[in-house]
Design a protein around this ligand. Structure first.
Ligand code: PHB
Length: 351
């Protein structure tokens, strides 16, 4: 099943073993993609679809210092080496377009923009070039600022297409800006963007409406993580949130919906995938902690259409070939997840 083709919007994926978005923090100053990044993604081109690391749609919103961006002409030009390298090896690649919202930090931005649905900060500290610092206190967005943010996602999507990407994945997960609207443990607004599910999803739906109009719905995916508590996220009813999104997302005719099934910290438990499958008629991708056997079973049972592998793909550039051969996997080295250079990035061996 992992090796049967899958139609995902405009793309025919040759297999259902996808590469999940992974922050690797290898971009150059100015959030510029590099030749090393092109090599890294091209090494992994046998994945059914590669999804890039989260990529900034707006300047002065950095949350990881060395993450790439897609808001400047220079970045668009530099990304072309990545898409060309992946395509030269027969691969397909979507860019994950991202606004960190309140996860942005003044220590990483010359003229910091730290905005959110709320004026409450993420708990605790964040790693910065100046050491560990408390997370920044955001400014709650005014409703009339929302169109400007939607426009940033649209420009990012258009730029991604101009850079040669096959499509974009809208990052609606993991406690970043869109998710800061979606979940009621964070969104404390009393206007049209807070309160009911309809209101909390309004920003997401405005982004999806505008981005699909700009580049075509068959080149747009969405990632959400209803259970992940990373970035101080919580929702009172993740199942209801998932069911609501599932029903409403049908109308967007997206290339896919990518659901992270669990919590990095296991603080929130449950299973959101069955309710997603029950109400969503499009291509559904599951992610987080799957073995090849479990992924095969989930696809066979009709629970999912494909599975995205994060650390598995990070450490095994030839992951599909290894799954096919039943070969052992390299172990990911967490100490090099976010460090500069080739070590732990482009030096994992193939079979
Ligand atoms: C991370 O680097 O820890 C990270 C980045 C983006 C995500 C989730 C986690 O969506």
């Amino acid at each position: 099943m992992l090796f049967s083709p899958l139609q995902a919007g405009a793309l025919t994926l040759p297999n259902r073993i996808l590469m999940a978005p992974l922050t690797r923090a290898r971009a150059d100053a100015g959030h510029m993609p590099t030749a090393l990044m092109a090599e890294y993604y091209a090494q992994r081109a046998s994945g059914g679809l590669l999804i890039t690391e989260c990529t900034l749609v707006a300047p002065n919103t950095s949350a990881f210092t060395s993450e790439p961006g897609i808001y400047s002409a220079e970045q668009v030009q530099a990304w072309k080496q990545v898409t060309a390298a992946v395509h030269a090896k027969g691969g397909r690649i979507f860019m994950q377009i991202w606004h960190p919202g309140r996860a942005a930090h003044p220590a990483m931005n010359a003229e910091p923009i730290v905005v959110s649905s709320t004026a409450r900060a993420i708990d605790g500290d964040v790693h910065t070039p100046q050491g560990k610092l408390p997370n920044a206190v955001p400014r709650a967005l005014a409703a009339d600022e929302i169109p400007g943010l939607v426009a940033s996602y649209v420009q990012g999507a258009k730029n991604a297409i101009a850079a040669g990407f096959d499509g974009v994945e809208v990052h609606g997960a993991n406690g970043y800006l869109i998710d800061q609207f979606l979940r009621d443990g964070v969104n404390d607004r009393t206007d049209a963007y807070g309160g009911s599910l309809e209101n909390r999803a309004r920003f997401l739906f405005e982004v999806l409406t505008a981005v699909t109009a700009a580049i075509g719905s068959d080149r747009v995916g969405l990632r959400t993580s209803p259970l992940n508590s990373y970035n101080s996220m919580v929702d009172s009813d993740p199942i209801a949130l998932t069911a609501f999104l599932a029903e409403r997302l049908n109308a967007f005719h997206l290339a896919y919906w990518h659901v992270m099934r669990a919590d990095f910290f296991q603080a929130q438990t449950g299973d959101v995938l069955p309710v997603a499958r029950k109400h969503y008629q499009g291509v559904l991708i599951g992610n987080m902690g799957y073995s090849a056997a479990e992924a095969t079973q989930a696809i066979q049972d009709g629970q999912l259409d494909a599975v995205a592998f994060g650390t598995g793909f990070l450490a095994n550039p030839d992951l599909p070939a290894r799954f096919k051969a039943g070969a052992p996997l390299n172990t990911p080295d967490a100490s090099t997840f976010y460090t500069p250079g080739a070590a732990g990035y482009t030096d994992y061996p193939t079979l």
